[in-house]
Design a protein around this ligand. Structure first.
Ligand code: PHE
Length: 470
């Protein structure tokens, strides 16, 4: 059955435009801010290996599945799921998949915007020369001053949300393609410059060792869950961002090829960020597991000691803001597209509404770093003993909601949807690649996600003990 639908929000101009936009969504704070600090917190090498394995065997197949569902449905994720469940005669409950994605998007953007606000603040701090020549302690105290002041965080968060709403209101496609086209190569170049600095720091080997020496005794069960969750987060999977971008993809483009390119670029940026940061961490006697402030406490040291450091530093944080910006718009696009489709709102109004809700939720994160830093809502549960509200939001979204959303996407695409539909939409022949994709999404992906969940919640251990394996 061919049931091609016409897109109503417009389309990308072609393959390259989609690759740029999807890479813009994928490459963001996740690669440059989050990947290094969670690698540091989870002991290095083994964590990186689990993360890379998750990208390859879970991330890429699910990305293909999400793009495919989006392109077939050609609407916001909520309406895409509604349409597809009718077409495939599936249970009406599948529409919840669209809804949970929208909620995850709001929750993620609420803290994402606050962290992007830090990057904005650092554009000015590095550019003005305030960080030039400082020691590790000096850099640390500048960071502490920033996050300790709720008013300043609120101002930057507000500015970033306004930036996000402005682009979303204008329609994702105008201007965005151009921005990403210029941004990606420059970001690569600056990361390479930083890796070059790290190379000369005398600690490059130690940094590489930390990232690539695999010692499985250093990773906890929760670390494995974090690595898997991060694979979803960094590829923007499990909440509809890639699905909504897929809904603007022209029919003839190969979904497999574009998905692989996007995943490779995303991984490359994350690895380069790690290679730049860890040598600087060791060269300055810093702690790799020091948490969300890691890049703000390390990179300014490097910029502060290199020629034209203020200029390069400013440019780097500016690009980080751009990277975050092209991701943040994809986080609320599913909600905005739905408001336009179902409530007849203009894009401008829908963007303002969705943005205001997110802004308000962002206050939880703003206060997590200062006034409420001692509020530990789930301290009764051992893994959450020290978790602030920000930590809980991050855990809930990245480690639970996204993998669960991704799991359901895999189940729908490879089990509920008919083989004919997916063969037609993926269009990669019936020989090797289609069966491989189907095998991965039918068996490997769901089983891997479920095992990691059971493992992290301790249920697996109890079960294995019960049947005498452990
Ligand atoms: N992938 C983005 C990043 O790495 C974050 C993101 C998650 C964007 C989920 C959209 C959806 O920064």
């Amino acid at each position: 059955m061919t049931s091609k639908r016409e897109p109503i929000h417009g389309q990308w101009s072609g393959r390259l435009a989609f690759i740029l936009a999807a890479t813009g969504s994928a490459v963001g704070l996740g690669n440059i801010w989050k990947f290094p600090y969670i690698t540091g917190e989870n002991g290095g090498g083994a964590f990186v290996l689990v993360y890379l394995a998750c990208i390859a065997i879970i991330g890429i197949p699910i990305m293909m599945a999400e793009v495919m569902l989006g392109r077939r449905g050609r609407r916001s994720p909520i309406n895409t799921m509604r349409f597809l469940l009718v077409e495939e005669q599936a249970s009406p409950h599948w529409q919840w998949l669209g809804w949970t994605g929208v909620i995850a998007g709001f929750l993620i953007l609420s803290y994402y915007s606050v962290i992007a606000g830090w990057a904005l603040a650092y554009v000015f701090r590095t550019g003005s020369g305030m960080l030039t020549g400082l020691t590790a302690d000096g850099v640390q105290s500048i960071f502490d001053d920033l996050v300790g002041d709720p008013e300043r965080l609120l101002a930057w968060h507000t500015l970033f949300m306004i930036m996000t709403m402005t682009v979303v209101a204008r329609g994702v496609r105008s201007g965005l393609e151009q921005a990403v086209r210029f941004m990606m190569p420059t970001l690569f170049a600056l990361l390479l410059l930083l890796v070059g600095y790290a190379w000369n720091s005398g600690y490059f080997e130690q940094g590489m060792n930390f990232m690539f020496h695999t010692d499985f005794s250093k990773i906890s069960t929760n670390g494995v869950l974090t690595a898997m969750g991060h694979a979803f987060f960094t590829l923007s999977l499990g909440m509809g961002a890639i699905m909504v971008y897929g809904s603007y993809l022209p029919d003839r483009v190969s979904i497999a090829k574009v998905s692989i390119v996007v995943a490779l670029m995303d991984t490359l940026v994350a690895l380069l960020a790690g290679m730049a940061i860890f040598p600087i961490v060791f060269a300055n006697g810093l702690e790799p597991g020091s948490g969300p402030g890691l890049i703000f406490q390390t990179l300014p040291i490097a910029f502060g000691h290199m020629p034209y450091g203020a200029l390069f530093g400013m440019l780097f944080f500016l690009l980080l803001v751009f990277a975050a910006w092209t991701s943040s718009i994809s986080l609320i696009e599913p909600a905005v597209a739905w408001l336009v489709e179902n409530h007849g709102m203009t894009r401008v109004f829908a963007a303002m509404l969705a943005g205001s809700v997110t802004w308000l939720l962002g206050l939880l994160t703003v206060f997590s770093f200062n006034n409420w830093s001692e509020v530990k809502l789930l301290s009764a549960i051992p893994v959450f003993r020290d978790s602030t509200i920000f930590d809980l939001l991050d855990y809930l979204t990245a480690n639970i909601m996204l993998p669960l959303g991704g799991l359901l996407v895999a189940v729908f695409a490879a089990r509920t949807m008919s083989r004919e539909s997916s063969v037609e939409e993926l269009n990669m022949g019936d020989r090797f690649f289609y069966p491989l994709w189907r095998f991965l999404t039918r068996y490997i992906t769901p089983v891997a996600v479920v095992i990691v969940f059971l493992h992290a919640t301790g249920i697996l251990i109890v079960f294995l003990r019960a049947i005498g394996i452990l």
